[in-house]
Design a protein around this ligand. Structure first.
Ligand code: PLP
Length: 379
């Protein structure tokens, strides 16, 4: 640290200069992110609650109210009744809390969790932390986990089955309605990782996908407002069907205003709750349907444009993610796109390029990308 402080003007000038190195969502070149530019009301609300700390809830009852209201709204959207939960740092922490509750509830030696081969990498970290053995179940021809393979992986040591509603790489939705009877039959916890899809599927015009608390076995759902909820980071969400899950998570907090904490992160901003709450209030169901509808329209533009330019889709998009391959080297194409300023992901598992069509990705960005793609492929 330097000996003396600088003026505000100097500090801001330095920050602005450094900030210019970051990519900006508005440029429409970020095609690989599951986060997006927060809704304008999310930013205003965030500023208003910047100093609040939900880790010490007795000091911030207003923020606690917002968190409770957001959790209730999410639970209702996901067909839950009397659910409980928290806003946490993201999908990783939400998945961690779900598996921690499932493991603590099960009380077995050498606990295992059955995961789809397509599960998010957060589960690798979680299994390490919780000393859970991951047992991977294979996928079907549409890249959805195969329920028969899941059932074969279940044993006495299984503490949870996980399904994904909106996989990170292809945006497919596992057949959760077929995992539910498997979980019921074997009396195993079913967790749904809907970090991405949880704020997409309920607003889709045509797809009727069962993935939530309407299914009897679903005990917990991850759903992240900082992805398609357009809230400011960090806003992950974990919802539990039953209050008893929280009892498995509680830690005594001797010197704070409340007796217990239920999240992994201690100090956590109330601004996340405020920003999520503000987006929900500003958009309502109608607004969310419009946002998701526009993302799906742009997704179809990408899909049609890619197909007519001779690229092969890995799978028809269910949600707002498009994945494709080139006949002339997909990995190399991804590298060339990056060199030309287009931020796409290369997915080694499927040897494909993936585009996440978030709200900041507009029709004109899709057209510009498609136009540039053919040129770039020839480079
Ligand atoms: C399906 C899924 N689960 C979990 C996560 C992890 O979320 P986070 O990065 O917010 O911790 C992601 C992130 O993209 C995801 O797509």
């Amino acid at each position: 640290m330097q000996a003396k402080g600088l003026s505000r003007k100097q500090v801001l000038a330095e920050l602005k200069k450094i900030r210019r190195r970051d990519q900006q969502y508005d440029d429409g070149k970020i095609l690989c992110s599951m986060c997006t530019k927060p809704h304008p009301m999310a930013i205003k609300a965030y500023r208003l609650f910047l100093t609040s700390n939900l880790g010490d809830p007795g000091l911030f009852p207003g923020s606690v109210q917002l968190e409770e209201e957001v959790i209730n709204e999410l639970a209702t959207l996901l067909h839950g009744k009397n659910c409980v939960g928290h806003l946490v740092s993201g999908g990783t922490e939400a998945n961690l809390l779900a598996l921690l509750a499932a493991r603590n509830m099960a009380h077995v030696n050498a606990p295992e969790v059955v995961l789809p081969e397509s599960a998010h990498f957060s589960f690798t970290k979680i299994c390490n932390l919780l000393n859970l053995k991951p047992v991977y179940a294979g996928l079907d021809g549409s890249f959805r986990v195969d329920p028969l393979k899941v059932e074969k992986c279940v044993c006495q040591r299984t503490v949870a089955i996980v399904g994904t509603a909106g996989t990170s790489e292809l945006g497919v939705v596992d057949p959760i309605e077929k995992l539910s009877p498997v979980a019921l039959e074997h009396k195993v916890w079913l967790h749904v990782d809907a970090a991405f899809g949880g704020l997409v599927i309920p607003f889709l015009a045509d797809a009727k996908l069962n993935f939530d608390f309407a299914l009897e076995a679903v005990e917990s759902i991850t759903v992240d407002p900082h992805k398609m909820g357009m809230a400011a980071i960090p806003a992950g969400g974990i919802i539990f069907r039953d209050r008893k899950a929280l009892d498995c998570l509680k830690t005594e907090t001797p010197y704070l205003t409340d007796q217990y904490q239920y999240t992994f992160v201690g100090t956590r901003t109330g601004a996340a709750a405020a920003s999520t709450w503000a987006v929900f209030r500003s958009l309502g169901m109608e607004g969310f349907k419009k946002v998701v509808g526009n993302c799906m329209k742009t997704t179809r533009l990408f899909a049609e444009g890619l197909t007519s330019a001779g690229f092969k889709l890995v799978v028809e998009p269910t949600l707002n993610i498009v994945s494709f391959r080139s006949n002339h080297g997909t990995k190399r194409l991804a590298e060339k796109l990056r060199q030309q300023g287009w931020f796409v992901s290369y997915v080694p598992r499927y040897d494909c390029i993936r585009i996440v069509v978030m709200p900041h990705v507009k029709k004109q960005h899709a057209s510009a990308f498609l136009k540039d793609l053919t040129r770039i492929e020839k480079l």
